[in-house]
Design a protein around this ligand. Structure first.
Ligand SMILES: *Cc1c(COP(=O)(O)O)cnc(C)c1O
Length: 367
């Protein structure tokens, strides 16, 4: 293997997560593949998700949707971050549904011929995307030149089941869907649930759920919902890297920029060929790599292209050996959740930021 690092994408884990989430939801599933499919690879994951039974694909950007279409995706695609001034006619040409979240976007898309397919986005309490202050005006708008396929909103706290804000958002959504019905707008597709709601809030499923993180086998929130295993999810990405150098050093050796760590004993250090340019967070402390059945923690600061791990005095590692940066944890390796915690962040950010220099290898793996 020629590379110095690789993200192995387990296609069986992906399809098993999709089947599980579909059965859990009991309704159609939209596979969220924005942000390069959370770092797993937009086109490959989009096509695999379609093959594995996803009913829809969802992305943030129109460019992402167009790339999926031009590479052969046939199921419906929704793009939900499509501001005024976007290339709406290309969206229509490629049969891409777009979210509309403002009067100006509605007016603009209404000027495109052939009845563009839209989903009305409602702000039900997250105070981010969707209609809020313009809602009353929307109810007086002309919808005759668009095809209103869907209406949707997004939860702010679905990873905290039982939170009152979830109830409030569901009520707000239902109320506003009713108000649309009163003016004769009855979109066939209503959708509100993300991964956490798909797993924990059956009432919000309507006729489509939008799953991102859980489809990649990761928990929406390790603290409140438990880890992948607890949720019966299979982590899809395993990140591996080469030790480009292994060296024995004495106690008292300063390691890395700023000499922020000093070896406390004679030990073996492994220099891992990945750094913050590849998405290894510079602030990560308390994570590391897994080699020969043991965890080897990071020592010193993460550099741009490399970081150093403490393999222990009696390590048998050699320059050129592969280590696991994160995996599903079943052998004791660090997980994306461990890296999230070690970086004051979350698993979403860890996988999404794995950089373009790291090849993604698609295979059915047996862990
Ligand atoms: C990212 C996103 C999702 C997926 O959220 P997960 O927590 O990853 O399941 C769903 N809907 C919208 C609108 C999103 O932006």
């Amino acid at each position: 293997m020629g590379h110095r690092a690789e993200a192995r994408i387990d296609i069986n884990a992906l399809s098993s997560n999709i089947a599980y989430l579909k059965s859990k939801a009991g309704v159609d599933l939209l596979a969220v593949v924005k942000a390069d499919a959370y770092g797993h690879g937009l086109l490959e994951i989009g096509l695999l998700a379609e093959k594995s039974g996803a009913d829809w694909l969802g992305v943030a950007l129109l460019e992402e949707a167009i790339a999926l279409r031009t590479h052969g995706v046939r199921i419906p695609i929704l793009a939900w971050l499509v501001p005024p001034g976007s290339d709406f006619s290309t969206a229509v040409k490629h049969d891409i549904d777009v979210a509309v979240a403002s009067i100006s976007a509605l007016e603009e898309i209404s000027r495109i011929p052939n009845k563009p397919r839209i989903h009305i986005e409602i702000d039900t309490g997250m105070t981010r995307g969707g209609f809020l202050d313009e809602w009353a005006e929307l109810l007086k708008s002309d919808f005759s030149r668009v095809d209103v396929i869907g209406v949707f909103s997004h939860f702010a706290r679905a990873d905290e089941p039982g939170q009152q804000q979830n109830v409030d958002q569901l009520i707000s959504f239902t109320t506003k869907v009713q108000q649309l019905a009163e003016i004769g707008i009855n979109p066939p597709i209503k959708h509100l649930s993300n991964s956490a709601a798909t797993l924990f809030d059956h009432q919000s499923a309507f006729n489509l759920v939008r799953t991102g993180i859980a489809m990649y086998g990761l928990t929406p929130d390790i603290k409140s919902l438990g880890d992948s295993k607890t949720l019966s999810l299979k982590p899809v990405m395993q990140l591996r890297a080469k030790l480009h150098l292994v060296k024995k050093v004495p106690a008292g050796s300063p390691v890395g920029y700023g000499a922020s760590a000093i070896t406390s004993t004679d030990t073996t250090l492994g220099i891992v060929a990945m750094g913050y340019a590849d998405g290894i967070p510079r602030i990560a402390q308390g994570a590391g790599v897994f080699f020969d059945g043991k965890r080897a923690p990071i020592i010193g600061r993460v550099s741009m292209d490399q970081f150093v791990v403490d393999l222990g005095a009696d390590s048998s590692a050699h320059s050129g050996d592969w280590v696991t940066v994160f995996g599903d944890g079943s052998h004791g390796e660090y997980t994306a959740d461990d890296w999230g915690a070690a970086s004051l962040s979350i698993n979403y950010e860890i996988v999404t930021r794995i950089g373009p220099r790291v090849p993604r290898i698609y295979a059915p793996h047996v862990y």
